[in-house]
Design a protein around this ligand. Structure first.
Ligand code: SAH
Length: 226
């Protein structure tokens, strides 16, 4: 599977390759019980989960990353394998998925990774987590305007939110007001062809503090998205 990573420009060490291999094994072993992914063939997982997750790595700056709605650990676990010095916080609302994530962290011997069974909009109100992180990431969790409300409160000024999306333009257009209200500003947009599928990564820079009223509760976020 080394050649798949190489195709996307990632030259991984033996240790990193064996961590990905082990991750694949745990993922397929737990998948029936934990319902983590519809993709289970090895090449599919290496392309659509592992390599896809790494596509945002060039945007990461600084030491800390908070991943919102981690599910099976994407994109943050592959990013942690690629960048071992990264301090990672995985936020996931579903308890079963957190059990799986905790197992992955233990089995892959990943240090400085914290798994939190919490909702992002609750955690984002707490001082310990608010305006603290260098990077936030999210893949396949919600539309960009909703995601911005969940993710931007965690960032310190100068930090960045890295949003994994299939299409950028429409999402950005529909999220302009939200991004500005929350103290963000659109940065780089990276586009990729993931073996025939469009992928883009939207960088949103934190330029101002997020007003205290955000994030609102889940009901408000869903009923009246910014
Ligand atoms: N990021 C993973 C999982 C996507 S599925 C991937 O790309 O494969 C979306 C996940 O986000 C689900 O596991 C769901 O439980 C979680 N989630 C949705 N809203 C959330 C919230 N407000 N706070 C925390 N987790 C949330």
């Amino acid at each position: 599977m080394k050649n798949i990573f190489e195709k996307f420009g990632y030259n991984l060490s033996e240790k990193q390759l064996s961590q990905f291999n082990f991750y694949y094994e745990i993922l397929t072993e737990y998948n029936e019980k934990f319902n983590i992914t519809a993709i289970t063939d090895k090449e599919g997982v290496y392309v659509k989960h592992f390599s896809d997750s790494l596509l945002g790595s060039s945007l990461i700056k600084g030491k800390t990353l908070i991943d919102i709605g981690s599910g099976g650990g994407f994109p943050a676990v592959p990013l942690k394998i690629l960048i071992p010095e990264l301090e990672v916080t995985l936020v996931e609302a579903t308890g079963k998925k957190c059990t799986f994530l905790t197992e992955v962290v233990k089995e892959l011997k990943l240090s400085e990774v914290t798994v939190l069974n919490e909702r992002a909009e609750e955690l984002g109100k707490k001082d310990k987590y608010r305006e603290k992180f260098d990077n936030a990431s999210a893949r396949a969790v919600a539309k960009l305007n909703v995601l911005s409300e969940l993710c931007l409160p965690f960032l310190r000024i100068g930090g960045r939110f890295i949003a994994y999306k299939a299409n950028a333009e429409e999402e950005i257009e529909n999220s302009k007001t939200a991004i500005e209200l929350l103290g963000g500003k659109t940065g780089n947009i990276l586009t990729f062809d993931l073996l025939g599928e469009n992928r883009c990564i939207i960088e949103i820079l934190k330029v101002k503090k997020t007003p205290e009223i955000y994030p609102r509760n889940n009901n408000k976020i869903m009923k009246k998205p910014l």
